[in-house]
Write a protein that binds this ligand. Structure first.
Ligand SMILES: [Fe+2]
Length: 340
């Protein structure tokens, strides 16, 4: 894959670049809590947006990390158009095919007790796998597709159907988590890299072939353990518990001790998290460069289907405080489908 097909994030527009418009003045941002997230009102996402409105939304996303829009009865095409205001839109997912007959940019995710994937493992193999499985805090939490060296910058998730109760998603602010560590610990983390990976076949769930013929794994990537946000310049712990495997250059015991500490900090810091209850026609937009998330948190407990549709934009390479730039070890890089 040539580098010109990989999308870098363009500079964040400043307030001077785009003076406010009537539409941008109508936007209202209500913080979910003082650390992460805001609900946005005063905008109709079925309509095209002007540059001032887009610039203000983009700046607020960097500030709040997650934006929530409720009561937005939008179509797949509306979601793709809105996503495109933030960057080049990617295919649905590096491994999963898009929805049958739907746009290539849309990934549909269906979860419920009945929709759980069926393992191809025998009972003995499952028993063996369970014995080495990590705690839920080490699997459920993740930053999207960090098994590639250029994971999605921003994700857009739209509620399509939700159970009567359950299906919530949680987010954590990884800049605030990083800043909560001691200066000595932070400077140690600043110089580390970690291997991230995904191999569904190895876990008993061989993926069906992709419609475009691309390989479905295994994937391995090497990322800085701390990444510098390209727009704010702030540092965040780049911990994607579901995909991170080990600290590069550490022994197994050293790596597991450090990652267990970091995973427990991420999962246990309720003061740095938010929990979102999905309502019909809601849309969540989050900055993968500064957050991890986990959802739905309780798929084994509800019977009705929880269906969401996702788009992602950007496919830039994370950069660490020392300038280390992520690289792919195995599997293909990701890419965007169009310019923006
Ligand atoms: Fe995700």
């Amino acid at each position: 894959m040539s580098v010109d097909l990989l999308e870098k994030t363009k500079p964040l527009p400043t307030a001077q670049d785009h003076p406010r418009s009537e539409a941008s003045e109508a936007l209202r941002f209500s913080p979910v809590n003082p650390v992460i997230g805001a609900e946005v009102s005063g905008v109709d996402l079925r309509q095209p947006l002007d540059e001032a409105t887009v610039a203000r939304l983009r700046r607020k996303l960097v500030k709040y990390k997650v934006l929530f829009f409720r009561d937005q009865p939008i179509t797949d095409e509306d979601q793709i158009r809105f996503s495109h205001y933030f960057g080049g839109v990617t295919p649905a997912h590096p491994i999963n095919n898009g929805r049958d007959g739907g746009p290539a940019q849309i990934m549909e995710n269906v979860k419920s007790q009945q929709a759980a994937r069926q393992s191809v493992f025998t009972e003995v193999e499952k028993q063996h796998h369970r014995a080495f499985a990590r705690a839920r805090s080490g699997r459920g939490w993740h930053t999207d597709i960090t098994f590639v060296a250029n994971p999605s910058d921003i994700s857009f998730l739209r509620n399509h159907e939700s159970p009567e109760s359950g299906g919530d998603t949680l987010w954590v602010n990884l800049e605030a988590l990083y800043e909560s560590f001691s200066p000595a610990f932070r400077s140690h983390l600043d110089g580390l890299q970690a291997i991230h990976g995904r191999d569904d076949a190895h876990r008993g769930f061989p993926p069906p072939p992709r419609a475009d013929g691309r390989p479905t794994g295994p994937y391995l990537s090497l990322h800085p353990l701390v990444r510098v946000h390209p727009e704010s310049g702030k540092k965040a712990l780049f911990l994607s518990p579901g995909f991170i495997k080990y600290i590069e250059g550490y022994s197994e015991g050293e790596s597991e001790a450090l990652l267990t500490y970091l995973r427990n900090e991420l999962a246990g810091r309720l003061d740095l998290q938010l929990r979102f209850r999905w309502t019909p026609n809601s849309l969540a937009v989050w900055d993968n460069r500064a957050t991890s998330h986990w959802g739905p948190v309780d798929a084994e407990h509800f019977e009705e289907e929880r269906i969401v549709r996702r788009t992602t934009v950007g496919a830039s390479f994370p950069v660490g405080p020392d300038g280390f730039t992520s690289r792919q070890i195995a599997g293909d890089l990701f890419f965007v489908l169009d310019d923006y």
